[in-house]
Design a binder for this molecule. Structure first.
Ligand SMILES: C[S@@+](CC[C@H](N)C(=O)[O-])C[C@H]1O[C@@H](n2cnc3c(N)ncnc32)[C@H](O)[C@@H]1O
Length: 264
């Protein structure tokens, strides 16, 4: 199942990954018929749990492969002074900047922000939270997880936490490149720091409009093994099966995890 023939690499993302279609398909939160909602809710709850009760905090967090989304940063922004976002494509970074700068035409994350505020105990604080997140994201950088310095030409001090949601399995062609990408991103993390990931398991594709993007078929065991090999102790893992009715993608489960980088 590994390495589908039609691997969609960086060029395909740069050319064909339409951030507005992606956001509408997977992150429209108000329409109860949108398939992305349940998974989004699940991911928001997992991230809320990780950032409130797992002691994942510090000065700096780097989000890798942010895409055009901010949902993954909503709980995290309470625990870090500075956040660096990153993505491969120009259009995703522009879409993200649009929201950060509160520009007209930016995606409306309000329903998602309200949901997270509700989890945190006060739904009415959503505007404050949006403001807080906008202030904490200091940079949106180009990144390529296949490079040894993924943020080249920029180089940053090692961070206290790395976050990556639904990126590596999209960006990597096979398990070897997945293992290499994990090592590449790890160079940005302090020893003792945390890696937080949300990963789809056993997915081979997902749709963005009419465009099909490949996904590396991953099993829980191969993820955990790759993490150990990259120098991590896995601290907690949660796997939730998907209800197999989507036409947008074929993933079987979502895995969220926290891993700690072992001292050198
Ligand atoms: C499925 S999207 C996930 C976006 C977002 N993190 C989320 O949770 O919805 C996959 C992302 O991986 C990015 N990507 C693809 N190849 C990459 C690479 N070589 N390095 C870094 N990011 C890459 C894409 O631009 C896209 O934003």
């Amino acid at each position: 199942m590994e390495s589908p023939a039609s691997f969609t690499g960086g060029e395909a993302y740069q050319k064909d990954f339409d951030p507005t279609v992606y956001l509408k398909t997977y992150y429209s939160f108000s329409s109860s018929h949108c398939q992305g909602n349940e998974i989004l809710e699940l991911n928001l709850r997992s991230l809320f749990k990780i950032f409130t009760s797992r002691g994942v905090k510090g000065d700096t967090l780097i989000d890798i492969g942010s895409g055009p989304t901010i949902y993954q940063l909503l709980s995290a922004c309470e625990n870090f002074k500075e956040i660096i976002a990153s993505d491969y494509t120009d259009r995703n970074r522009q879409e993200l900047e649009k929201w950060l700068n509160n520009e007209p035409g930016a995606f409306d994350w309000t329903p998602v922000v309200k949901y997270v505020c509700e989890l945190e105990g006060d739904r009415e604080k959503w505007a404050e939270k949006e403001d807080k997140l906008r202030k904490k994201v200091k940079q949106v950088l180009k990144c390529d997880v296949s490079k040894s310095n993924i943020l080249a030409p920029v180089s940053l001090p090692q961070a206290d936490c790395l976050l990556s949601t639904l990126c590596l399995e999209a960006a990597c062609k096979d398990l070897n490149s997945y293992r290499a990408a994990l090592k590449n991103i790890s160079s940005l993390l302090k020893p003792g720091g945390h890696l937080v990931m949300v990963i789809v398991l056993k997915e081979t594709y997902y749709m963005v409009g009419q465009r099909r993007f490949s996904c590396l078929y991953l099993e829980q065991e191969s993820v955990e093994e790759a993490l150990r090999e990259a120098g991590y102790d896995v601290q907690c893992v949660e796997v939730t099966p998907n209800r197999p009715e989507s036409t947008f993608s074929d993933f079987e489960a979502v895995l969220s995890l926290v891993a700690c980088k072992r001292p050198a």
